[in-house]
Design a protein around this ligand. Structure first.
Ligand SMILES: Cc1cc2nc3c(=O)[nH]c(=O)nc-3n(C[C@H](O)[C@H](O)[C@H](O)COP(=O)(O)OP(=O)(O)OC[C@H]3O[C@@H](n4cnc5c(N)ncnc54)[C@H](O)[C@@H]3O)c2cc1C
Length: 285
């Protein structure tokens, strides 16, 4: 198979389609299985203003489309897609437009967390938006040394948090490197969120962490309606279905669009089997 064709085919297992119509078909399939969604229009590190304006318009169009088809989907986005590389104020005002429209439709907007170079500015904009809106949430990464302090601050403003391990390549000065340590911090942060936070999202495919969460909520009598598990589209589909069947709230992150390469690259890096599969097939005669 030609390299580009193989890449595209592999990417399709992580990306729900190139346009909103394709993605909505996958959203419906997940809904039929009792799984909720958050939709992401792929894009990041945008330095060009007309491209940012287009990304904002694409999200506004998506929100109108979701209202039209009466979908309860949440949306997720990245601030570097919304103009963070251009200017903080411009980025904030773009977010106000999106979150404002989402609010009218009773819809939730999650700000994804990107590399550590933009963590501080992402959080600053989140705090600003949180003062104005209750339908905006943030992501924190268990591998960052700073995250425990951030979670304490976010809890103070009753911010809704998605907890994940973290997907970017970071130096040891800012991030934990060993999986054992990242897992231990994930557990510590989960406890902090369950005790002091509001409606947390536990975003991991890690069997040990999912098992730990199930045991913790049972032991501490935390109701299923008070948190959710989150997964990425195309990963551990059976576990997603089983959790949903078991009465847990499950939400899948559904990315779509044409700018899939950085997202796909992060998914490859996370699992060496994916890289082996790709390499084996690229060099196959
Ligand atoms: C809903 C959601 C939103 C996220 N948002 C962000 C964000 O905003 N910022 C950020 O930095 N990170 C984000 N992430 C990514 C996250 O930080 C991790 O990089 C990613 O989830 C892998 O870590 P893990 O906890 O699943 O554990 P891992 O130990 O990486 O994976 C556990 C198991 O899951 C399966 N698995 C995991 N990844 C793959 C894969 N790529 N392909 C096939 N199987 C796989 C494998 O069976 C693996 O053994 C998000 C993750 C989720 C689920």
């Amino acid at each position: 198979m030609k390299p580009m064709k193989l890449l595209t085919r592999m990417a399709r297992s992580f990306v729900a389609g190139y346009n909103v119509e394709d993605a909505l078909k996958q959203v419906q399939k997940l809904k039929d299985k009792g799984i909720m969604v958050t939709m992401d229009i792929l894009g990041e590190a945008v330095e060009d203003k007309p491209m940012c304006d287009k990304a904002v318009q694409d999200y506004l169009d998506l929100l109108m489309k979701l209202a039209k088809v009466k979908s309860k989907a949440h949306i997720s986005l990245k601030l570097t897609q919304m103009g963070l590389a251009i200017d903080d104020e411009y980025c904030t005002q773009n977010m106000v437009k999106i979150i404002g429209l989402a609010k009218k439709n009773d819809r939730f907007v999650r700000i994804d967390m990107e590399g550590s170079a933009v963590t501080e500015r992402t959080l600053k904009i989140f705090y600003r938006l949180r003062k104005q809106f209750d339908n905006v949430g943030i992501v924190v990464q268990a591998y960052l040394h700073r995250t425990e302090q951030d979670v304490r601050e976010i809890n103070k403003v009753k911010g809704k948090v998605r907890l994940c391990k973290g997907a970017y390549k970071e130096p040891k000065e800012v991030a934990l490197k060993k999986m054992k340590d990242i897992r231990a911090n994930f557990i510590k942060l989960s406890q902090l969120l369950f005790k002091e936070g509001v409606y947390s999202a536990i975003a991991t495919h890690d069997t040990k962490l999912i098992k730990w969460t199930k045991a913790y909520v049972a032991e501490n009598k935390i109701a299923n309606k008070d948190f959710e598990f989150q997964f990425l589209y195309g990963i551990r589909n059976k576990t997603q279905r089983e959790l949903a069947k078991g009465g847990y709230r499950v939400r899948t992150y559904v990315p779509f669009g044409t700018h899939w390469i950085p997202y796909f690259y992060r998914r490859l890096r996370e699992r060496k089997e994916n890289v082996f599969f790709l390499a084996k097939n690229l060099f196959k005669k």
